[in-house]
Structures are given as C-alpha cells and as structure tokens.
Design a protein around this ligand. Structure first.
Ligand code: URA
Length: 210
C-alpha cells in the first residue's frame, strides 16, 4: 500500500473529531500522487459525502471546467480539503475540526510534494495566509517552503457570483504560467553547479509575466 493510500485509510477510519459521527464516508482526497498542483478546498458537501470523493458536485464540475481551460484534467492534479468529513448542513468547519484534520493534510503534502498549492475558500486560505482577505490576495502567489502558495476564490463563490468568472479564469491562467515558469527555472538551475544551500524559490519578478 502506498503512503498516500495509507493516509487515506487512516482518514476513512478517523474518529478524531465530532464530524466522524455524521458522515456517510470520509473524503481523503483524490488525484495524481505526483501532481504539480494540489487544490485544497473546505470540506465535503452532500455529494462528496455520498461518493467519498472531493469536488464531485456543482463546484467540482466548475473546477473541472476551469482546469480544462488551462489544458488539465482532474487526474493531473490532487484535490483535497481542510476537513475530510461533511459538516452538518454544510456549516463552516470549527477550529477543533480543522485542527484534528491538519496533520493529514501536512502528511499528504509531504508525500505529494506539489510545486503549487492552490487554496479554494477562506478556511484553506487562512492556513497559509492568516488574516488576509480573498478579494485582496486572490491570484497573488506566495513563495515559501520551496513551493508556491496560490489563493483562489472558492468555485462555489464564483457560481453564486458570476461576475467573478473572468477573474477566476485569469487566476487559473496565471497559475499555469507560474507552474511553467517555476519548472523552467528549476530545469535551468539543474545545469548549474550544486549550491551549498537549498536554492531559494524563484524570484517573483522572473515568474510573473503579467
Ligand atoms: N466544496 C469544498 O470545499 N470541497 C469539496 O470537496 C466540495 C465542495
């Protein structure tokens, strides 16, 4: 069993918080174990709870549409959430629930080692961008831990407010460009003599062509 599957099995059997009692099934996450991009949403909704898979309802269909616009399919990326069991009536996750689930996310990130983590919604954004507002920082990358953190609107918010659609599409295009530039930078760095210390993340001005 792969390390990722082992984590998923632990999540499916998890009883660390009260959400376990109300679930049909837990939703560990799904996708490419070698994904360059990892999406982190909020938590399972009705359909996710039934199917055990993340983003399979209306938000998921829209996410797939957005991926398609940058030449990707959901099989190319890894998709998960900050909580893995559906909160009752889709209420916001509570702090103890977020804390109970946090270690699973850290472990998945350590195994997948994505080059970019895209946050979907305020609870995953808060993990890497505390006290920020999505309207102010969406589409603005942060370079940390040798990877890119990239805040996006939640697809459900865009479905509720269609004026955000062009903004969301631009943010996706920029995300693709960031990944391509990051890969190019790492490829070029490979031919240089090995550094004494781990290389710093690529400077933003080299990455942002926008
Ligand atoms: N919304 C989320 O945040 N996550 C899902 O998996 C589905 C909808």
């Amino acid at each position: 069993m792969s390390e990722l599957e082992k984590i998923a099995e632990e999540i499916r059997a998890c009883t660390l918080c009260g959400l376990a009692k109300g679930r049909t099934q837990a939703v560990p996450g799904d996708g490419n174990p070698n994904a360059a991009i990892m999406f982190v949403g909020e938590g399972p909704g009705f359909h996710e709870d039934k199917q055990g898979l993340p983003f399979v309802g209306a938000s998921g269909h829209y996410l797939e549409e957005l991926l398609g616009k940058i030449g990707l399919q959901r099989e190319d990326v890894f998709i998960t959430n900050v909580v893995r069991c559906r909160p009752p009536q889709n209420r916001d996750p509570l702090r103890p629930e977020l804390e109970a689930c946090a270690d699973y996310l850290d472990r998945q990130i350590a195994v997948i080692r994505p080059r970019l983590i895209a946050t979907l919604g305020r609870f995953s954004m808060a993990r890497w961008f505390p006290n920020e507002k999505i309207t102010a920082i969406h589409g603005k990358p942060k370079y940390q831990d040798g990877r890119i953190y990239y805040p996006l609107f939640h697809p459900a918010a865009v479905l509720r407010n269609p004026t955000l659609r062009p903004v969301m599409e631009e943010d996706f295009q920029r995300m693709k460009q960031l990944i391509d530039d990051f890969d190019k930078y790492m490829e070029e760095a490979k031919d240089s003599p090995p550094p004494d210390e781990p290389p710093p993340p690529p400077p933003p001005q080299q990455l942002s062509l926008f």
